[in-house]
Design a protein around this ligand. Structure first.
Ligand SMILES: *Cc1c(COP(=O)(O)O)cnc(C)c1O
Length: 471
């Protein structure tokens, strides 16, 4: 059939669909436990989805971290692993890929993203410093605090409002930085911690105009910008779609330009880079690179593997080439939008605009009768598992932790349950099943009660905390 014939057919049916730019070559069977088995598994896990066994989960939307399906080429690349202790050829492939697509000069591999966060925080922060960032991320802020810094939120106010439809809700509010500079002085601010698509705000992007303006502002004060590049591909897609002057640019060009306004980046390769494990730090300043290389041998491994096997570095290098393809980025974001639109049609409260890697259910509006101290977002994650074996995660008061000064719960404005979509793993039929389960839980919302925390770990408590059902 000719292209024009297909087009006419599409118009006749009144729709033109997109589809994933891949086909499935290997499958992993999954199945749903019975309701009784799910109840038992949930109770044993203390109603914390992080404590469930993966075998007890049907559709696993806990995270998009390390859960991507690799391509046939990446698997072939795994066979080309050069497992030399020093100077593995795969390290040089990885270095070239990062230099080519992100544009940074010096590359230090790490075992995953937080390894890179640890190195950059230690290399740049002096105790007593302030680290402004466009909303916190759990591990990022913790490493900044462990290095003696204090995190300061400088994201625009719109980001804290789940119903505000600002197209670039990840943007930095420049006046917030200026007032921090006025208050503490630029010499107490080593760098801006900028995240490309802000996970905790609902996967919301930063505009190119915003990063450009940020660069101009910090240049006047000698402050650097380091990028959390974990989900920059989705950020690049939103720029291509929404920002004047970028509609005809490729994802690869947008990524390169954006990174060019920053001094370096840390990366969880487990996200955008389409692999199951890995991370890296990339910087332009040779002195910072030297400091990080001195530390990587202490905490991660030699500076040409940093905790990754040679084959893993090869898979990251190939993943970088695949992630910048325009069709990949578009299908990634469109799958999430497909799920989000089903929920919006049923008037289920979610964060808008729909973000790049997940749907965020707004637990405050979902369960208005459950007080934040009874963990509405954690409750929602537990209820979804009980309903269908779908696993999601809390991004609210549990994730926010306690204030190190007062010891009280932090009460974030956003109390969200994250329904995170792994890359290249699930189909549209899975999205339908997920949407229908969320609808079933929504229909039961008035009868649902909250949770009580019965065990609380000291650090990153959301990973291991345990709960009991109230009533
Ligand atoms: C996952 C993530 C990290 C940490 O990376 P890990 O590979 O999990 O250690 C840092 N920042 C963001 C935005 C992330 O999503």
């Amino acid at each position: 059939m000719t292209d024009s014939k297909i087009k006419t057919m599409g118009q006749q049916f009144g729709r033109r669909s997109w589809a994933e730019p891949w086909k499935i070559k290997m499958v992993e069977p999954i199945h749903m436990l019975t309701q009784e088995e799910r109840q038992k598994a949930a109770a044993e896990a203390g109603y914390n989805t992080f404590l469930l066994r993966s075998e007890d989960v049907y559709i696993d939307l806990l995270t998009d971290s390390g859960t991507s399906a690799m391509s046939d080429r990446q698997w072939a690349g795994m066979m080309l692993g050069d497992e030399a202790y020093a100077g593995s050829r795969n390290f040089y492939h990885l270095e070239e890929a990062i230099q080519q697509y992100y544009g940074y000069k010096h590359i230090i591999p790490t075992h995953q993203g937080r390894g890179a966060e640890h190195l950059i925080s230690k290399a740049l922060i002096t105790p007593g410093d302030y680290i402004p960032g466009n909303m916190y991320f759990t591990t990022t802020r913790l490493h900044q605090e462990l290095a003696g810094g204090t995190f300061v939120d400088i994201i625009i106010d719109e980001a804290h409002n789940p119903v505000n439809r600002h197209p670039f809700k990840g943007n930095v509010d420049l006046s917030k930085i200026q007032s921090l500079i006025d208050r503490v002085g630029a010499d107490k601010i080593p760098y801006i911690s900028l995240a490309g698509t802000v996970n905790m705000a609902g996967g919301q992007p930063v505009s190119m105009a915003n990063v450009k303006a940020l660069r101009e502002l910090v240049d006047k004060h000698g402050i650097c910008i380091y990028l959390d590049a974990t989900r920059m591909i989705e950020n690049a897609f939103f720029i291509q779609e929404r920002e004047e002057g970028y509609h005809d640019k490729h994802i690869a060009e947008i990524l390169f330009e954006f990174c060019n306004y920053t001094d370096g980046a840390w990366m969880s390769a487990k996200k955008d880079n389409l692999v199951n494990i890995g991370g890296w730090l990339a910087v332009n300043d040779p002195k910072v690179a030297e400091r990080a290389r001195n530390m990587v041998v202490v905490y991660e491994g030699l500076h040409t593997y940093g905790g990754m096997a040679g084959r893993d570095m090869e898979a990251v290098a190939l993943g970088i080439k695949e992630m910048v393809q325009d069709e990949h980025a578009a299908s990634r974001v469109r799958q999430i939008r497909y799920l989000g639109k089903l929920l919006l049609d049923w008037e289920i409260p979610i964060v808008e605009p729909i973000g790049g890697h997940a749907i965020f259910l707004d637990a405050k509006r979902f369960y208005p009768h459950i007080p934040q101290d009874e963990f509405p977002a954690q409750t929602l994650a537990a209820q979804l598992y009980l309903d269908s074996g779908v696993r999601t995660m809390e991004r609210g008061i549990v994730s926010a932790g306690r204030d190190p000064e007062t010891g009280n719960h932090r009460h974030p404005a956003l109390e969200l349950t994250r329904v995170t979509i792994p890359r290249r793993v699930y189909t549209q039929a899975h999205m339908d099943v997920v949407a229908e389960s969320i609808k079933a839980v929504y229909d039961e919302r008035e009868k649902t009660k909250g949770l009580k925390m019965v065990y609380e770990p000291e650090y990153l408590r959301f990973f291991q905390a345990r709960f009991e059902l109230i009533g």
